[in-house]
Write a protein that binds this ligand. Structure first.
Ligand code: EPZ
Length: 424
């Protein structure tokens, strides 16, 4: 298993090109199941998660051409040879569950392993299943598998989501494109990735209105066609590097960063005393001299502050000049990074969904353990700013969601080295 060794204390200066958005790309790949024509995805991030999704799609019979490190992925679901998504290919990554809806809509049945819980919370799939049931699917859960059938096709329905779930909104929207009649999704999630997925589906001939608002209307069509589509830039990756620069100080242009989708973070960074400038090529982050100011964060569904940026913001606030509070309202257990950040000398106390961060003068490098994707990168940010050496273990979490992380940061002056972790 690999680990990262970080020598902290260097400012970051230069340019970082932002990759395609993981959380959009994974669902766009699943959407290829909705058509028997070729789908070409450009600006694809080369990540453990996207490769994992590719393997599952191959198991289902999708022809895939995606050379290593290539940003173009070609998929052709002309012949779906299996409608079973096995446990080993679903349990490790929740987004793979999103093949259920497309299979149900295109073929009329699917058997998909339950994704199970994960480190950040229970993450059930009841909203997804309730929506498919409302659309006429028969669903049973047997031996850890969801067995769903809609042999005469899915029907349009009114879906009132109890919470604006990103996954349930995307999943229902995808399935509804091929349903008979009209589907209304009320209390829909408004994340930019949903707009990206809707844009691709519309390019394939789907009829969708309202993506990006709390009310989405989908009129089912008989058939979708193939497409060549470019994945949107990753606002979470961009936000992460913005906070790395804010923490170390320096001047970095985040090339291709989607400023319009980062407004809440930009507002919080400004309040912390970080300069954020939107330029033609992307977003420039600058911080020189003065200490960061403490800023409270209330994590909310989009357009609020993103839960996927919470851990990184906490890392930033550990060195602010004063006390800040962070309230996580999306996941019930997303503070696993707090005790790890405290190993650097940070002073964070968690009580329920509120974390209180008392800023300290400086952090000191330490051996730490990555627990989930965004938590891991918060430890990298702390390592970049800490005095001395930091070892981040279990970095397979990082490889799930950050393309060429150490290359991108090292090109701006960071000193991060990847080595094999020798177990005791
Ligand atoms: C997506 O997860 C993202 N994952 C997450 O990013 C992100 O944190 C999350 O949206 C919120 O923005 C992908 O896109 C692959 P939800 P998702 O459904 O869709 C509850 C990362 O690091 N809920 O909006 O699973 C759920 O438990 C990942 O890249 C139900 O109760 O999130 C949670 O408390 C981590 N029943 C809340 O809703 C359901 O059926 C929001 O979850 C579905 C969700």
């Amino acid at each position: 298993m690999d680990k990262l060794i970080i020598k902290g204390g260097n400012r970051l200066n230069g340019n970082i090109r932002i990759s395609g958005a993981k959380n959009s790309a994974l669902k766009l790949m699943a959407a290829a199941l909705l058509t028997d024509e070729p789908v070409e995805l450009r600006n694809m991030p080369n990540l453990a998660d996207s490769r994992f999704m590719a393997r599952l799609l191959s198991t289902l019979g999708v022809e895939l051409y995606w050379p290593q490190n290539d940003s173009v992925c070609r998929l052709n679901a002309v012949d779906i040879t299996s409608t079973i998504a096995p446990y080993d290919q679903v349990r490790k990554m929740r987004a793979t569950f999103n093949v259920l809806g497309p299979l149900l809509a295109r073929v009329g049945h699917a058997t998909v392993s339950l994704p199970g819980g994960c480190a950040i919370g229970a993450r059930p799939v009841n909203f997804h299943l309730d929506a498919f049931q409302a659309m006429g699917a028969d669903i049973v859960i047997e031996q850890g598998y969801v067995k769903a059938a809609a042999l005469r096709g899915l029907k349009g329905a009114v879906i009132d989501l109890p919470f604006p779930s990103v996954g349930a909104t995307e999943h229902t929207m995808m399935a509804a494109t091929l349903a008979k009649g009209t589907t209304h999704i009320n209390n829909a999630a408004q994340e930019p990735e949903i707009v990206d997925i809707a844009n691709m589906l519309k390019g394939m001939g789907a009829k969708i209105e309202g993506a990006g608002t709390s009310s989405i209307i989908i009129e089912g069509v008989e058939k979708l066609n193939g497409i060549s589509y470019s994945v949107m830039p990753d606002r979470i990756e961009a936000g992460t590097y913005a906070m790395a620069v804010a923490a170390t100080g320096g001047d970095v242009l985040l090339e291709g960063a989607p400023a319009n989708e980062m407004t809440s973070l930009i507002d919080h960074l400004n309040r912390a005393g970080v300069s954020v400038t939107v330029e033609d090529e992307g977003v420039r982050i600058q911080r020189n001299g003065a200490r960061l100011k403490p800023v409270d964060v209330d994590v909310q569904p989009h357009p609020g502050f993103a839960t996927d940026l919470q851990a990184q913001f906490m890392a930033l606030m550990t060195i602010a000049d004063g006390t800040s509070t962070i309230t996580e309202n999306i996941f019930e257990n997303r503070y696993l990074h707090a005790p790890e950040l405290n190993r650097f000398g940070a002073d964070i106390r968690v009580q329920g969904k509120v974390a209180t961060v008392h800023g300290v003068d400086h952090l000191v490098g330490a051996p730490v353990m990555a627990t989930d994707l965004r938590a891991s990168v918060s430890l990298v940010i702390a390592g970049l700013v800490a005095d001395g050496e930091t070892e981040v273990r279990r970095i397979y979490h990082l490889d799930r969601g950050f393309e060429n992380l150490e290359q991108k940061l090292n090109a701006c002056g960071a000193q991060i080295q990847r080595t094999a972790e020798v177990s005791a």
